[in-house]
Design a protein around this ligand. Structure first.
Ligand code: G4P
Length: 527
């Protein structure tokens, strides 16, 4: 197959949801229908349950599982499908945001009884930032749920995107009979007693007025006819361009646990989801069909084995063909590297590949060369955009609890920051080191990993801060004045850039109002 066809047949996406929405269940069912696994239960949940937040072994175990399930690839209908897994726990939201930088589309899972929840809203904001095309799967229709019309309204309003139902439910909970596909005019019947069948093709129903409908869904027939008529009056035909530009979300209804509606979702996904899209870099836009290879690291995973401190860096290929053992240019380090162990992932297995194409994710064995956001190219110096660190909202001073292990502590902190676990700031006022995170769980993870992977001990001390934001200012005098007045709240990030550690939202707001020529950034991607 030629290069262009290889690129054209890649579909790289993530399944995202508020915890407990059904992300893990749906992912597993997609793998099941895609033929990548053969029994349900083969992919374990990688979520860290709230109850287990202080159980470090559990965290470690889960991290181990998530390396295998970070990327799941399979072939389906001639397409190469790459599903990127995202952590379930909201304290790892930043990991999820970065993973979203590596996908060409996303499937958002909604719990039909709960509707749009906080985490869904935040994840959708990130998709909107990048115009990522999204499809919505309204899950758990086998339970009592919200009215589907109300849900569609809620999705539009809360997720700030136009929606278009491509399937529509017939009944719900105890009376759930199935879904009707408005896209294919097909009736898919729900059989609560036969949930582990890999669904048949359904019944074609070009004309819902046929009396045949009664035979299948009885008294719900008229309601379906009325619903479909209403939907056809309200919603325009599917517009692929609107979906690809991130302005229209096709909606599906089903029940992942019952294997229901998943095949329709996967089949429609294969029909309409975008192939690899161009990626925005600082100097230009990179197109996937370009001959020269470019790619960026969006995730780094530490080895579980404390005796081997090597790591796995996940590289998203943006253009050209990636080849094993070929030298590539590491832009930040300005040096050439070759990779002999290049991994790809299939459900729970890792295997070595010789080549990979735009859209693919490869795992590169790393001995400390990579940081999140690093770029490999064939010599061009560029930096991809949209892989930022976000303003942390939780802060603690980190202190060395074992003076004999100062070196180990410094190295551990340095590497964990490169992995994107948290961010390190150094106060310009007292030189103390401050760790900033998005979630509280990270402090426990850092402490545990410093001890078990680096043999270092740390101690936390409280610091009351609201948010860290990066500051720049063209007016040097105003910037200097601000830094002088706020000198107890100014720090440097790992790259020596100025950061304002605001003590409250009020202080931040006042600073923004008073210092109009200073720019306050809430991600570290400073223009
Ligand atoms: P997450 O990854 O988004 O956090 O969600 P996950 O798939 O783990 O699903 C959360 C819970 O919802 C699980 O139940 C799962 O079995 C259930 N679930 C998923 N899809 C459906 C569905 O279509 N219908 C119904 N009724 N339930 C569904 P749990 O009891 O929390 O976990 P488990 O013990 O079943 O693993």
């Amino acid at each position: 197959m030629d290069f262009d066809n290889e690129v054209q047949r890649r579909r790289t996406f993530a399944v995202i949801a508020h915890p407990d929405g059904g992300k893990t269940t749906l992912t597993e069912k997609l793998l099941l229908f895609g033929g990548a696994i053969h029994v349900a239960g083969a992919v374990k949940s990688n979520k860290i349950r709230r109850a287990a937040t202080s159980d470090f072994m559990e965290i470690e175990r889960q991290r181990g599982i998530s390396v295998a399930t970070s990327v799941m690839c399979f072939e389906y209908k001639g397409l190469q499908i790459n599903i990127l897994d995202t952590p379930g726990h909201e304290d790892f939201a930043e990991d999820t945001y970065r993973t979203l930088s590596a996908v060409d589309s996303a499937i958002v899972v909604i719990d039909a009884a709960k509707g749009v929840e906080t985490q869904t809203r935040k994840l959708m904001d990130v998709c909107r930032m990048r115009n990522t095309p999204v499809m919505i799967f309204v899950n758990k229709m086998d339970r009592e749920s919200k009215d589907p019309f109300d849900l569609l309204n809620e999705l539009e309003k809360e997720l700030k995107i136009n929606t278009l139902p491509l399937t529509f439910p017939i009944g719900m909970g105890g009376t759930f009979k199935g879904v009707y596909s408005l896209y294919e005019h097909r009736l898919q019947l729900f059989d609560a007693h036969n949930k582990f069948r890999v669904s048949e093709d359904g019944i074609m129903f070009e004309d819902l007025n046929s009396s045949e409908l009664e035979k299948h869904i009885g008294t719900l027939s008229q309601k379906l006819r009325d619903d479909v008529q209403l939907l056809q009056g309200v919603y325009p035909d599917f517009d692929a361009a609107a979906y690809h530009s991130g302005n229209l979300a096709p909606v599906f209804f089903g029940s992942a646990l019952n294997n229901f509606g998943v095949k329709e979702l996967l089949d429609t996904f294969c029909d309409i989801a975008p192939a690899p899209r161009p990626t925005l870099a600082d100097v230009r836009v990179v197109h996937p069909f370009e001959e020269k290879m470019t790619g960026f690291v969006f995730k780094i995973h530490a080895n579980m084995d404390p005796n081997h401190r090597d790591r796995l860096a996940f590289l998203k290929i943006c253009s050209g063909k990636f080849e094993r053992n070929k030298p590539y240019y590491h832009v930040r380090l300005a040096k050439t590297l070759k990779f002999s162990s290049v991994h790809t992932f299939l459900a729970d297995k890792k295997s070595i590949v010789d080549e990979a194409y735009p859209g693919d994710i490869v795992g590169l064995h790393d001995t400390g060369n990579f940081k999140i956001g690093d770029v490999l190219s064939e010599g061009e110096r560029l930096q991809f955009k949209g892989i930022p660190s976000f303003s942390p909202e939780q802060f603690r001073y980190i202190e060395n609890a074992d003076p004999l292990k100062a070196k180990q502590l410094a190295k551990g902190i340095d590497q964990l920051m490169d992995e994107g676990v948290a961010q390190l700031f150094t106060s310009t006022f007292n030189n103390r080191k401050i760790i900033g995170t998005v979630g509280a769980l990270q402090f426990e993870v850092i402490e545990y990993r410093l001890e078990h992977e680096y043999g270092a001990k740390c101690r936390w001390e409280p610091i009351q801060l609201h948010k860290a934001c990066w500051i720049t200012g063209k007016d040097a005098a105003q910037l200097a004045d601000f830094k002088q007045r706020k000198h107890t709240n100014i720090a440097h990030d790992k790259h020596g850039r100025d950061v304002y550690l605001s003590e409250s939202s009020y202080a931040l707001q006042m600073a923004q109002e008073k210092y109009g020529k200073i720019k306050f950034y809430f991600t570290d991607e400073l223009e």
